[in-house]
Ligand binder design. Sequence first.
Ligand SMILES: N[C@@H](CCC(=O)N[C@@H](CS)C(=O)NCC(=O)O)C(=O)O
Length: 210
Amino acid sequence: MSYKLYGRPGWGSAIVEAQLVWYGLPYTYEAVDDLFKSPDARAKLEKVNPLAQVPTLVMPDGSIMSESAAITLLLADITGKDQLVPAAGAPERAKFLRWLIYIVANIYPTFTYADDPSRFVSVNAARDPFRAATDAYAQKLWRQIDGEAGKPWFLGERFSALDIYLDVMTRWRPKRGWFEGETPRLFAIAHRTDQAPQLASVWARNFPSR
Ligand SMILES: N[C@@H](CCC(=O)N[C@@H](CS)C(=O)NCC(=O)O)C(=O)O
């Protein structure tokens, strides 16, 4: 019995794909067209996940999971491994949970709202300033995270799913060049995570032009 991941190369599904590969869980990949350009792709995915977002994961029993953070915690439960998620009681657990939720609750929505502002801002002329303000807010949040980042990994000595999130999300707006100059600790973590041999195939599939 295998998992089915609805995804699009380079999008948030890469965060979950990386974890499936890391744990060696069997999965098939259901490629989704650009959800902002293809109403058909959106309509198809809505039938599985009413939010029509990737990642959407069909579990081996056929049930549906969405929300990358929930999936991150669940896969750690299912595998019984603490390689990507510090176990309950581990000293890094609180920091892990805090910043995992911070990323998905504060930063991820800035993409939801600014990727296609026309969905939320009806006045045409207001869209560009709205996107600029939302992107600036995201940059403020990234700077806060940078202040919390350890070395060599976000949690210090131990790797975690936070490093996977950072690898993927630092490729999105405002992109790696900005992170290199403005949030050097996050950039270093992302760069190091690019080199993780366990994830080489995932990065090659999702970010082929790197
Ligand atoms: N809270 C979700 C966010 C997922 C998300 O926003 N995915 C983007 C792609 S990176 C998406 O599918 N966007 C389409 C849309 O918002 O309509 C998670 O953490 O998994």
